[in-house]
Design a protein around this ligand. Structure first.
Ligand code: FES
Ligand SMILES: [Fe+2]
Length: 364
């Protein structure tokens, strides 16, 4: 086997623009004004009376008062600023100001393209430096989250770290053995080598780890009822910057492999989805979801998986909060050492750096 050892300077992962990001779950956006900062931009979300999600800057053009802040309020399909009453339509255009009939032509909030899909609210974060098209057909899918054939649980946590640290974390699951022992980690995860593939055209990183004979960690034994040793497959599919899928297959050792047509009746499938959304360069929204095709409709299993996965996510949150503080305290020019397990993370960083690179200057 080829062994990699590489020393590299540690740098912060830059935010990539002209991209779709998960901003919220659909259930978080209602007729209440809801604010979340995405890629450094404070964004106001609300639903029109027709049920459409709409997104605009959360700063009034008049004196920058946050429109999410009481006593700002929704009146029908307009937002009334709680400071002096500037009033905006669902497209962000100001329709009324106090004390005069004429509304200044420039009185409009930046408005954002939004798409509600697979239980998420996706928002397009444009690049003011270069043109881009908010094409909804380019949004990567996570159909299990909103499918009648799957049961899903989900949540969102906040991390005080650059989003690159979460990308690194999710692309190298060998950390499950150490950071998540007793939950999802067993010795075999760290012991089993990975294969990494990069589809440069599609911009997708694949990392696979197939364990033939492994302990069944509590996350799976309690949810599936499988008690003995298992085959455990972890197939990661990361579409930078935002969407991370972990296709997880577990089956008792000796169970049949998937058939050629993909049917796989002797195994338990879990689709673990993360959306990795920069809040700022220094903080991250960590959306996590667990969808399963077994124990359908079993509320106890849903509650167990939600609580167990949230515990696991919080182990990562605590670790990454600490790691970012440690990195911030380093002297300039410090290096890190990468080995085989880091191949996926390094590939992801390379793609993210290329996506964030400044546009080439046209030669005339
Ligand atoms: S700050 Fe909004 S109306 Fe004055
Ligand atoms: Fe983790």
């Amino acid at each position: 086997m080829h062994h990699m050892e590489r020393r590299t300077l540690v740098t912060m992962t830059a935010i990539v623009r002209n991209q779709w990001y998960v901003a919220a779950y659909g259930r978080e956006v209602s007729r209440e004004l809801f604010s979340r900062t995405i890629c450094g931009e404070p964004i106001l979300f609300w639903r029109t009376e027709g049920g459409e999600v709409t997104a605009m800057s959360d700063r009034c053009v008049h004196r920058r008062f946050p429109l999410s802040q009481s006593p700002s309020r929704l009146v029908d399909d307009t937002v009334v600023c709680g400071y002096h009453g500037f009033t905006y339509g669902a497209d962000g255009v100001c329709v009324a100001v106090p004390g005069q009939k004429r509304v200044p032509r420039t009185a409009r909030l930046t408005s954002y393209s939004v798409v509600e899909q697979d239980s998420f609210v996706w928002v397009w974060i444009a690049d003011p430096e270069r043109p881009g098209t908010a094409d909804p057909s380019t949004i990567p899918r996570a159909r299990w989250l909103d499918s009648p054939d799957w049961d899903a649980v989900s949540g969102v946590e906040h991390i005080d770290c650059n989003y690159g640290l979460l990308v690194d974390n999710l692309l190298d699951l060998s950390h499950e053995t150490y950071l998540h022992g007793g939950y999802i980690g067993t010795p075999e995860v760290a012991e089993t080598p990975i294969t990494t593939e990069v589809d440069d055209d599609a911009g997708i990183v694949y990392v696979s780890r197939h364990m033939d004979d492994a302990q069944c960690p509590p996350f799976y034994s309690k949810s599936t009822g499988v008690q003995g040793r298992i085959t455990r497959w972890q197939d990661i599919e990361y579409t930078p910057p935002c969407l991370y899928l972990l296709h997880s297959r577990i089956a008792p050792v000796g169970a049949a492999l998937p058939a050629d047509d993909g049917t796989d009746t002797e195994a338990f499938h879990t689709e673990i989805v993360y959306a990795i959304t920069p809040e700022t360069e220094h903080s991250t929204h960590d959306f996590w979801c667990v969808a399963r095709d077994f124990a359908r409709g079993d509320d106890e299993v849903s509650t167990f998986l939600a609580e167990n996965n949230r515990t696991v996510v919080m182990q990562d949150v605590v670790a990454l909060d600490v790691l970012q503080k440690a990195l911030d305290a380093e002297k300039a020019g410090y290096q890190e050492l990468s080995i085989n397990i880091d191949a996926g993370g390094l590939a992801a960083r390379r793609i993210l750096a290329a996506m964030a690179a400044p546009a080439p200057v046209p030669v005339s």
